[in-house]
Design a protein around this ligand. Structure first.
Ligand SMILES: [Zn+2]
Length: 216
């Protein structure tokens, strides 16, 4: 699997374009804040001759969804997969700038998500993603695990040497720690972690030295 990260917008959100060897691609957390940022990603997709099979959304915070209208404009039939928990976060996207005290223009998203429960699987030809519910940073948060590729798209749960913020509306530090311990630190040490902000890391590296949540 070929994974390219694009750092987007004023909050330096990581959008990932993952391309399988079969040529199928998924976009994780499209946070493009400008047409330019989306074009940059689209160029990569076209250069690899890949076809976009869907959007995986770890959670519906504003910085992770800003690019969806741009993607939908070019791929009107694209499927978007996200958690079935706390749909209020998705529904509140237009109110989120006020909720989080940020000044972002919000475009309307004309897309009905496919909502998936904890433990279910997204199957794309030979490529599957397991969905694990990981609340704490946001009550609708999930991570997407590809066991065949040994990767996890972790959103804002676990970062390199850090963890997701919980000093925000609906944040819960105790739940976040529990999510990391039970849903991420139970994965094999060599799994690569692609987080929503900052550099990629591995499960083993964070278990050994993450200053906020250490593995046992
Ligand atoms: Zn977030």
């Amino acid at each position: 699997m070929d994974v390219t990260g694009f750092t987007c917008g004023p909050l330096f959100e990581n959008t990932y374009l993952a391309i399988h060897t079969t040529g199928q691609a998924v976009l994780v957390d499209p946070g493009f804040s400008s047409e330019q940022e989306w074009v940059h990603c689209k160029d990569r997709l076209n250069a690899k001759g890949a076809s976009l099979a869907g959007i995986l959304l770890t959670h519906a915070h504003l910085d992770h969804v800003l690019g969806i209208p741009k993607v939908v404009a070019d791929y009107p039939n694209i499927e978007l997969y996200m958690s079935d928990r706390f749909p209020e976060m998705w529904q509140a996207i237009p109110e989120q700038p006020a909720m989080f005290g940020v000044d972002f223009p919000v475009e309307e998203i004309s897309l009905e998500p496919i909502r998936l429960s904890h433990g279910s699987t997204i199957a794309l030809d030979e490529w599957t993603f397991e969905i694990r519910y990981t609340p704490g940073h946001s009550p609708d948060h999930v991570v997407f695990v590809s066991h065949s590729e040994g990767v996890v798209f972790a959103g804002d749960v676990l970062f390199k040497s850090s963890v997701g913020r919980t000093d925000i509306p609906f944040g819960d530090g105790h739940l976040l720690k529990e999510s990391i311990e039970t849903q991420l630190y139970t994965l094999p040490d060599d799994y690569v972690v692609y987080p929503g902000h900052g550099e990629s890391t591995s499960i083993g590296a964070e278990k050994a030295s993450n200053p906020f949540v250490r593995g046992h």
